[in-house]
Ligand binder design. Structure first.
Ligand code: NAD
Length: 335
């Protein structure tokens, strides 16, 4: 059997590393080799890939997706790209330049290399925030993108450029737009691990605004399984929404985490809302269910309990990240 060589960008981050562990794990597809290309920003870490570093077919390249020469050389040796790398830290200290550079220009560099070397498939990992906020109902793939923050605008820009490579050049581009993902190995600047690690440390939880912002929470196992369905069986030029049907306000989610950690609302401090914070995000994922047989498997209560347990038993993974981030007092969470 011939080997499919997959270039996974951002594979040292939260979802990318889970995808790589899944591909190269005992239940992964046969005949697959994986090269991770990652710049190892403060959220990326080789520790996330420790389980697969010695696996057959695994390779790692420390580099930047904006480096056109590097991505050109890598594209020449691969059949497919699964593109996770993104700048996703949201907060006052992050300039929109970083979003545009990595998310837009980096994606463009990868697409140009994929086209030049005629790669078979390019899976572009996007997010539900590109649609913007919705009061009631859920966005379908046919709805226009209406992003509200510089982060989501840069992701939307990258989506549209990726899809244009299909329409203009016939490159097999597939786009996924998933809801808020949680699970092990997520950097503690993001909402779920921020709250869990603070609860484990006996520190206060900063909750944005009135806590009424609503998100659909999906376990990383389900997100990654859906991405793999899209890579293996999706159609060129198509967008696939991915969700779990677990819509909760931040207040409700906080309540679940407090209960899981045996703490009460005295630990919560309401902080000023961040600008461009979508009130409610919701995607309709009927299409991927109907066309690719996707269904979320992980129950939210079980998934959160397992995630709390993972952070409880992996302090040696997250404590150094907090030390590296300084005091850890900055509120940078993206929900
Ligand atoms: P993450 O921040 O944990 O990982 C991003 C990875 O990309 C890191 O390893 C980082 O080092 C790497 N990276 C950043 N800039 C790079 C560059 N210029 N060149 C090479 N590598 C670079 O992110 P994540 O939460 O795993 O998200 C992965 C993808 O999934 C992103 O595209 C994100 O938009 C999308 N997504 C995330 C969520 C979520 O809730 N986390 C939901 C839907 C979609």
């Amino acid at each position: 059997m011939s080997t499919t060589r997959i270039l996974v960008t951002g594979g040292a981050g939260f979802i990318g590393s889970h995808y790589v562990r899944t591909l190269l794990g005992p239940n992964g597809p046969p005949g697959v080799a994986v090269t991770v290309l990652d710049r190892l920003t403060h959220v990326g870490s080789l520790a996330n890939l420790a389980d697969v570093r010695r696996a057959d077919g695994f390779g790692f390249v420390h580099g930047d997706i904006c480096d056109a020469d590097l991505v050109g050389r890598l594209a020449a040796d691969h059949d497919q790209v699964v593109h996770f790398a993104a700048e996703s830290q949201v907060g006052p200290v992050v300039s929109p330049d970083a979003f545009v550079r990595t998310n837009v220009l980096g994606t463009q560099a990868l697409l140009a290399a994929a086209l030049h070397h005629r790669l078979r498939t390019f899976v572009h990992i996007s997010c539900d925030e590109v649609y913007g906020s919705i009061r009631a109902g859920s966005w379908a793939e046919t709805d226009p993108v209406r992003p509200n923050s510089p982060y989501s605008a840069s992701k939307a820009g990258a989506d549209l450029i990726a899809l244009s490579y299909h329409r203009t050049h016939g490159l097999d581009v597939r786009v996924t737009r998933c809801s808020n993902t949680y699970g092990p190995y997520q950097h503690p600047e993001k909402l779920v691990p921020l709250f869990i690690t603070r609860l484990l440390q006996g520190r206060p939880l900063p909750l944005y605004g009135d806590g009424a912002h609503v998100r659909d929470w999906i376990h990383v196992d389900d997100h990654v399984r859906a991405i793999e369905l899209v890579r293996a069986a999706g159609r060129p030029g198509e967008v696939y929404n991915i969700g779990a049907g677990n819509e909760l306000s931040h207040r409700e989610l906080t309540g679940l985490l407090l209960r899981e950690c045996g703490a009460d609302w005295g630990r919560v401090t309401f902080v000023e809302d961040r600008q461009g914070h979508d009130r409610r995000c919701s995607v309709d994922f009927t299409k991927i269910r109907a066309q690719l047989g996707y269904a979320p498997h992980k129950d939210l209560a079980d998934g959160l309990a397992e995630t709390v347990d993972w952070y409880r038993t992996h302090r040696s993974w997250w404590e150094p990240l907090l030390r590296r981030a300084g005091s850890g007092e900055r509120v940078l969470l993206r929900s």
